[in-house]
Design a protein around this ligand. Structure first.
Ligand code: GDP
Ligand code: MN
Length: 405
């Protein structure tokens, strides 16, 4: 699970990675009491990357600018997500930007250090210069230095950037993280360095060992994401801390305990049960494609949902997957249990029908694979009218989804 940028930066500060003075803004009006001197940068706190390019990072010279920029950010979805909070931060004049990361290579089962001397929002440029050092024995500062030299850094930067990587590595180990990323690490004209953006992915399995990280996460936790052994419920204090940006769906579904995963591809997936979901994702990958938002409608409940509950979950789940802007096609792969296939199909039709009434609606094809009792012809006929293709064979369903993506 990903921390928000401001949460990642709290961890950076604890370990001595330099960050700028900043302040969380819960409402644009709070900018009137801003304690950081202008100019500032305002940053949408969503988990998706690419905020800069999407317009989620704005600079402001004064309060009037800042309030307008904050209004714009509040109303700007990034990959389907709206921010609950904005980070206001002192502006930093970076001469150069680097990319740094410590990630777990799950294949090699080793931590890997990544570094590029072209950091920033242009990912192709970042990747072109990417250097890799595998930490194949117990860590020593030597690994950090090797990365920095491979990045071609010189002079004082060798020492200062190495030290940042060492701290990132320590954080990675101390907190059982899957990813620690700084992009960009700003380098000023005088050669000092500053983490301008941070991404931290915590290992869900290890989270119970780190109550401090859990507490950080709970501050602005997405209620719809549910981790094993951890139920995130964010209504408590948020209910009293002033107006919220979105009194919308997320709050309505937070008690449904969906398991939701956001990946980088274009195929949305709805499935019931972890095993079926994983098998579906495997098939998508093995056919050379990539899933986007994936949602397990079964959630935590191991028994069977009653038909009404299941249909409600289907509707909410489908809405969530449709909300993800990356999704070009949705593969619904379900093993029906207590719920008749017709009812499941009707739930899907209901959502698409409602959406189709909006003038801004652009249809997203749905491939429906249902194991259970056969659909009635009437329902089958209605499916077609909403671009829902009903396919019984799983392989054929995957192929159909790939063709549409
Ligand atoms: P991302 O697009 O989601 O990765 O968002 P970032 O936080 O990385 O911001 C995008 C870009 O805005 C960065 O690559 C920087 O070039 C710039 N940026 C972000 N914060 C600051 C800052 O405090 N000062 C300056 N000068 N630029 C910043
Ligand atoms: Mn960034």
């Amino acid at each position: 699970m990903d921390l928000l940028e401001y949460q990642a930066k709290e961890l950076f500060a604890q370990i001595g990675i330099p960050i700028l003075p900043s302040q969380c803004i819960n409402h644009p009006a709070d900018l009137k009491g801003l304690k950081i001197p202008y100019p500032v940068v305002l940053k949408s706190q969503v988990r998706a990357g690419g905020r800069g390019k999407a317009g989620g990072v704005k600079f402001a010279e004064n309060t009037i600018d800042a309030v307008a920029a904050a209004q714009a950010i509040v109303n700007l979805p990034i990959m389907g997500d709206y921010p609950d909070v904005i980070l206001a931060e002192a502006k930093y004049n970076a001469d150069r930007e680097f990319y740094l990361a410590v990630v777990l290579d799950t294949h090699a089962r080793r931590p890997v250090l990544l570094g590029s001397n072209k950091g920033g929002v242009d990912l192709d440029a970042v990747m072109e210069q990417m250097q890799v050092v595998v930490v194949d024995r117990s860590f020593s500062p030597f690994y950090a230095r090797r990365l920095v030299l491979k990045m071609g850094l010189q002079g004082r930067l060798i020492q200062s950037v190495s030290q940042i990587i060492e701290k990132m590595y320590r954080l990675f180990v101390d907190k059982d993280l899957d990813v620690v990323e700084i992009n960009p690490l700003g380098v000023s004209a005088d050669g000092s360095v500053m983490a301008l953006d941070g991404k931290v992915t915590v290992n869900n399995e290890a989270l119970s060992r780190h109550p401090d990280v859990m507490e950080l996460l709970q501050k602005h936790a997405p209620g719809l994401i549910n981790l094993p052994g951890l139920t995130l419920d964010h209504n408590g204090d948020r209910a009293n801390d002033g107006p919220h940006y979105r009194p919308q769906k997320q709050d309505a579904v937070k008690n449904l305990n969906f398991h939701l995963m956001d990946l980088e591809g274009t195929i949305g997936v709805l499935s019931n049960g972890t095993g079926l979901m994983m098998a579906t994702l495997d098939l998508i990958y093995s056919n050379g494609s990539h899933p986007a938002r994936c949602l397990d409608v079964a959630g935590d409940f191991q028994g069977g949902w009653l038909a009404d509950q299941f249909c409600e979950r289907m509707e909410q789940g489908l809405e969530l997957v449709l909300d993800c802007h990356r999704v070009e096609v949705i593969l619904v792969n379900l093993i029906g249990g207590l719920t008749p296939s017709d009812r499941i199909a009707e739930a899907i039709i209901k959502v698409l029908e409602q959406r189709s009434r909006s003038p801004a609606y652009s249809p997203i094809p749905v491939i429906l694979r249902l194991v259970g009792d056969p659909l009635s012809p009437a329902i089958a006929e209605r499916l077609a009218r909403f671009q829902i293709t009903w396919i019984e064979d799983l392989e054929a369903a995957i192929k159909a989804a790939l063709e549409q993506a």
